[in-house]
Ligand binder design. Sequence first.
Ligand code: NAD
Ligand code: ZN
Length: 364
Amino acid sequence: MSDRLIINLNDVPVYDITYNNTFDDLGTFLDGFNASDKKCLVVTDSKVASLYLDAILRVTKPKCKFLSYFIFPEGESSKNLNVVRDIYEKLILEKFDRHDFILALGGGVTGDMSGFTAATYLRGIDFIQVPTTLLADVDSSIGGKTGVDFDSYKNMVGAFHMPKLVYINYETIKTLDEDQFYSGMGEVVKSALIKDKEFFEWLEENIDLINARDKDALIHLIKCSNIVKKNVVEKDPTEKGDRALLNLGHTIGHAVEKYMNLKLLHGQCVHSGTVMASYISMKKGYISEEDHNRIINLCKSFGLPSLPKNIDIEKIIDFTKNDKKVDGGSIKFILLKGIGEAFITREVIDDDMRMALDYYISLN
Ligand code: NAD
Ligand code: ZN
């Protein structure tokens, strides 16, 4: 596979995803992007700043007309309009104009929030994604969905805004802690299940290498996940139809995430939601028990989280109603017809979710 994947919209190339083992080649891109005539604001969180900000500044500073940075406290609780407001203020004070750009250095929180700021500042300025978590490499940095949470509502305020480049430095995965790594794996398994049976089988065969964070295995799984996402978002960039397939595991997953009040990570909740979607698919006769067991075994190898025995199932079901996947009164749910074959349906009712949650809790 090549070291570059091009994302096209209406058959026109819009941006590249590049695969790298350092930050150095970012300089080459910035030359081609005429960064010497532009100001750049690097947006990053406190933890990523301590690990990678110096390296990024070293590469970008000689290439840009002016360089500045904005650091916010790490974590989902920063993904809100107050922090966006502070970034706007910095951009205004430093006189950023329509030709300047933001560089998002970090995980999905940084990418989503920086992208949203870029989408809305002066009606839209450019931005570059430099993801540093596995979750951001395989999912959030690609596809142009940007946004922030509003009170307890996840991703409630947002915009579609395409990056100019997604620059993946897969070496950054080395410093991720276990939970963050397996959170990313939640989105990887999801990608395989949606559209790529061969990739799913490769995951089954390479569990040990993946858990050891073998470089070649990681590169392969990032690229395969990116190809799934590319194929989906190119056909439906603004989620009018099939892009919703990417929400496999997310309806109950988001509700669990909200219920657990940030005690579980996004991708861990997606993992649990995927197992529940698989269970509902089996119960409705779409997939065999054997396939369901394969799915559950793979998820277990990548850190399937436990839910407390005394969890309030009704509250979780209630939370699925707040999800953006509800429209026209019924929930748009993603089920499986097989491994590598997801579909969108409105047939899932509260009782199905109740049963799936009961089952999931019994797995602990
Ligand atoms: P995150 O950005 O908060 O990063 C997770 C943690 O890892 C943070 O504490 C961060 O400081 C730390 N970190 C980042 N890179 C590191 C590194 N290389 N080494 C050590 N620590 C590092 O969260 P995330 O899991 O990357 O992303 C989750 C967010 O992504 C959620 O808000 C979710 O809604 C969003 N998301 C968006 C999309 C999309 O299409 N836009 C898709 C999936 C998820
Ligand atoms: Zn997700």
